[in-house]
Design a protein around this ligand. Structure first.
Ligand SMILES: [Zn+2]
Length: 154
């Protein structure tokens, strides 16, 4: 606990909506898992490249500058473990818990890419939220699009 955002993380938060930035800044203070802001605001060209590479699936991404506010409305928080970025679920869940608590404290409504549900007013274990989302998608004959590091304003 008591981690701090690094230089890269701070740079990635430029152009992101202040409400979401405040949640991320609070989350790093209370998180049991260190993380890096891997991605914040994206340009249209960057997003196009992500879609072409299959890393993202939409040009309606909340990482793009949103017309209504002029800010990006999404961040990707990736676990930072032993000096490396690691997309590992146990660590991702620790970050999700910190983001939930931070959003609750600050009264900011956020959706989590681990289950594409509102996170700040949920009480379920985040692992169960992912399981339920995955099961629901399977019942619908759809492939779940899990994006554990992703958080966006609602
Ligand atoms: Zn994202």
């Amino acid at each position: 606990m008591g981690f701090k955002l690094g230089r890269h993380s701070k740079a990635e938060l430029k152009g992101v909506h202040p409400d979401l930035v405040a949640v991320v800044k609070r989350a790093i203070e209370i998180s049991e898992q260190d993380f890096t802001v891997h991605d914040g605001l994206r340009s249209k060209a960057e997003q196009r490249e992500y879609v072409d590479r299959g890393v993202s699936w939409t040009m309606k991404s909340k990482h793009l500058k949103q017309k209504a506010t002029g800010f990006g409305h999404a961040v990707d928080l990736v676990p930072y473990i032993n000096g490396k970025l690691r997309w590992e679920w146990p660590a991702i869940h620790l970050i999700a818990s910190a983001m939930r608590q931070a959003a609750k404290e600050l009264g900011v409504k956020i959706r989590w890419g681990g289950c594409w549900e509102r996170l700040d007013n949920s009480t379920l274990n985040t692992e169960i939220m992912v399981e339920e989302y995955t099961a629901r998608k399977r019942r619908q004959g759809k492939r779940p699009s899990l994006d554990g590091p992703h958080y966006e304003l609602m």
